[in-house]
Design a protein around this ligand. Structure first.
Ligand SMILES: [Zn+2]
Ligand SMILES: [Zn+2]
Length: 86
């Protein structure tokens, strides 16, 4: 038995028990193409919580359709603006 440290998705911080599962997930992570998350990665802003299963991480509401919600989420737009001006 060697190291059994868990690994985390770079995008949504979901926890995985092995690199294999992590890679599988990362290829289809819903946060992967998120413009805000990519901006955060660029700016090296770390997200410390698992955001994979939450509702909107910006306003706290649950979404029915995430993409649609993100188009209208005020908090998300404000946060994005803030990042862009960093
Ligand atoms: Zn992920
Ligand atoms: Zn929202």
């Amino acid at each position: 038995m060697s190291t059994s440290t868990s690994v985390f998705c770079l995008f949504c911080k979901k926890e995985f028990i092995s690199d294999k599962f992590l890679q599988m997930h990362m290829n289809r992570c819903k946060w992967r193409k998120d413009s805000v998350r990519n901006l955060e990665l660029e700016l090296e802003v770390d997200v410390n919580e698992d955001i994979s299963t939450h509702g909107c991480r910006f306003c706290g509401k649950n979404w029915i359709n995430r993409e649609e919600h993100f188009k209208i989420c005020y908090q998300r737009q404000e946060y994005k603006k803030k990042l862009e001006n960093t």
